[in-house]
Design a binder for this molecule. Structure first.
Ligand SMILES: [Zn+2]
Length: 270
């Protein structure tokens, strides 16, 4: 956990200046601020681990909450004050700034089975039922659908959710915003970049909201293409990583792309 927090601090340093969020505030307390993205979509911002982001997505039948932040008291009541529809919690991945103690506001959480191995370390206090998402399943909210796209790389179970009609998606930490902590390997990440690029191009998806949204740091097709090209060069040996002195998660190597870094260790180059 200590290493994780130092990693988040590094994200802060690497991404300044931050926080230029816009949108009408619909809820605010010491733990979280919710702002409206569009008529039926809101972003919640926590501040325990650098504006960790939650997204509330409303259909005509029900709503989905993507991620629960770190430690937001009564999160179920907060989201119910914004949407009148029943809310189901799903997670982009199992890390303490996305599935922190706030998950206990909800009787069940839906995760990618790839992150089951992280539950003992990062979600061991969860009292509810863990259910599993399926790759490419469609979550129907009533007149609004989210497609589940598994995007391993940051963790084995990292997941992106696409709202094709709205023209945007939600990628959590899958592409790392300005700093990707690659805890798996480049082959998995390259495959994730390729499938997301093809889905974005094929469905006119303009951007992906990140797990640490600051108002204008959405992932774009160009950025993910850039990450894909860099990752292929690292995997082929054309580019070698430099030493990453922070060494969080044991990720002691780093490569830099256009406005971002990827940190990893030797075992990722396979
Ligand atoms: Zn994470």
């Amino acid at each position: 956990m200590k290493k994780f927090i130092s990693g988040c601090l590094l994200i802060v340093l690497f991404s300044m200046p931050a926080f230029t969020q816009e949108g009408k505030i619909v809820f605010s307390n010491d733990d979280v601020v919710f702002r409206q993205i569009d008529q039926h979509t809101w972003v919640g911002t926590g501040h325990e681990m650098w504006n960790e982001s939650l997204y509330l997505i409303e259909g005509t039948d029900r709503s989905i909450l993507i991620d629960a932040g770190t430690n937001i008291k009564d999160l179920d009541k907060i989201v119910s004050s914004i949407t009148p529809k029943p809310v189901t919690l799903i997670a982009t991945h199992v890390h303490p700034d996305h599935t922190g103690s706030s998950v206990n506001s909800f009787p069940e959480i839906h995760i990618n089975p790839g992150d089951t191995e992280l539950i003992p370390e990062f979600m061991d206090n969860y009292k509810g039922v863990v259910k599993y998402l399926k790759d490419r399943e469609i979550i129907d909210l009533g007149n609004r659908q989210l497609e589940v796209v598994f995007t391993p790389g940051h963790t084995k179970g990292s997941t992106t959710f696409m709202d094709k009609n709205a023209g945007y998606g939600f990628s959590g930490d899958s592409f790392g915003t300005a700093l990707l902590l690659l805890t798996t390997d480049f082959s998995s990440f390259i495959a994730s970049c390729e499938r997301v690029c093809s889905l974005m191009e094929g469905n006119h998806i303009r951007y992906l909201y990140t797990g640490h949204h600051d108002g204008n740091n959405m992932e774009t097709l160009n950025k993910i293409k850039d990450m894909l090209a860099l990752s292929k060069n690292v995997l082929s040996g054309k580019i070698k990583g430099g030493f990453n002195p922070d060494n969080m998660f044991g990720l002691h190597l780093a490569v830099e792309g256009n406005g971002y870094r990827i940190i990893y260790n030797e075992s990722a180059v396979k």
